[in-house]
Design a protein around this ligand. Structure first.
Ligand SMILES: Cc1ncc(C[n+]2csc(CCOP(=O)(O)OP(=O)(O)O)c2C)c(N)n1
Length: 279
């Protein structure tokens, strides 16, 4: 059970991460707001509650690993790594600058990043390799992977899904950010994959569903997944793309859209309203 204080702390961290997204995207340049914001609660829970992670143990063999398979949402991971003190805040202002640390997709040169991703479909294979290696080393560490719903059309991912079940890998938990919208429109109109949960179950995974913007629900599913022995687990996060940004919610235009002065001001207002509600 989460204490009231911890729940509040994680809600505040989630909000900070969303403010950081705005700082990184800025005005007049494109940035992946939608698929980053849909993950804010989950990223806050993983880095600041669940994972054996801190800036002092980035090389600890027994640290937990997070692989962002939907690498285009790197901004939300950068926000968390920055809040955890892995690199100076000034870097947030230089995202995608040629001489900046933070590039458009995760890169191993960034402290805290565990895998290069961006070509969709690969993160689960990478995570499976890590999980198998950790098991061989008898490490208590877990591997977490985050995939998108659009990403589910990538074939490599299903090969890794079968292999993980075959090898009974239970130190691996994958998340599916079910925000129902991909780069150019609703996922169901672009590449429909009905009954996703049943598909993963039939591939030998233990499947859970979480309300992806409710901190207790995310924590509860992660706990259940960790208790699951002899098979890998998947948590389907029921989320809203662009969550908490009024103009971006469910709107594919903000998958990687440009914020104008007006939309930037609106985005700030939207977050300020969340802040006021948090108290
Ligand atoms: C192999 C590959 N094909 C195409 C792309 C281009 N691409 C980037 S994001 C994206 C949509 C991803 O949708 P989804 O997985 O639902 O991500 P989310 O909406 O959660 O951000 C696509 C097709 C890519 N990065 N990699």
């Amino acid at each position: 059970m989460l204490s009231i204080e911890k729940k509040k702390e994680l809600a505040e961290m989630t909000l900070k991460l969303r403010y950081d997204l705005l700082e990184m995207i800025g005005i007049g340049t494109a940035g992946h707001l939608g698929g980053s914001s849909s993950l804010a609660e989950t990223i806050a829970v993983l880095y600041f509650h669940v994972m054996r992670f801190s800036r002092d143990r980035l090389k600890d063999p027994n640290r937990d690993r997070l692989v962002l398979s939907k690498g285009h949402a790197a901004l939300i991971q950068y926000a968390a790594l920055c809040e955890a003190g892995c690199f100076p805040r000034e870097e947030l202002k230089r995202v995608k600058a040629l001489d900046g640390l933070l590039q458009g997709h995760p890169d191993l040169s960034i402290p805290g990043i565990e895998a290069v991703t961006g070509s969709l479909g690969q993160g689960l294979s990478i995570s499976l390799g890590m999980a198998l290696a950790l098991r061989l080393d008898k490490s208590p560490a877990r591997v977490y992977t985050i995939m998108g719903d659009g990403e589910q059309s990538e074939g490599q991912l299903w090969e890794a899904a079968m292999a993980a079940a075959n090898f009974k890998v239970d130190n691996l938990t994958a998340f599916l950010d079910w925000n129902k919208v991909q780069a150019t429109g609703p996922t169901k109109d672009i590449f429909s994959i009905p009954n996703l949960g049943d598909k993963w179950t039939s591939f030998g995974w233990q499947v859970f569903t979480a309300a992806g913007h409710t901190i207790e629900s995310i924590c509860d599913s992660i706990e259940k997944a960790a208790a699951c022995k002899g098979k890998p687990s998947l948590i389907i996060l029921d989320t809203v793309k662009g969550k908490d940004f009024s103009f971006a919610e469910g709107n594919a235009a903000y998958h990687n859209g440009i914020l104008t002065e007006e939309s930037y001001a609106q985005a700030k207002k939207d977050l300020d309203a969340v802040k006021a509600r948090l108290g």
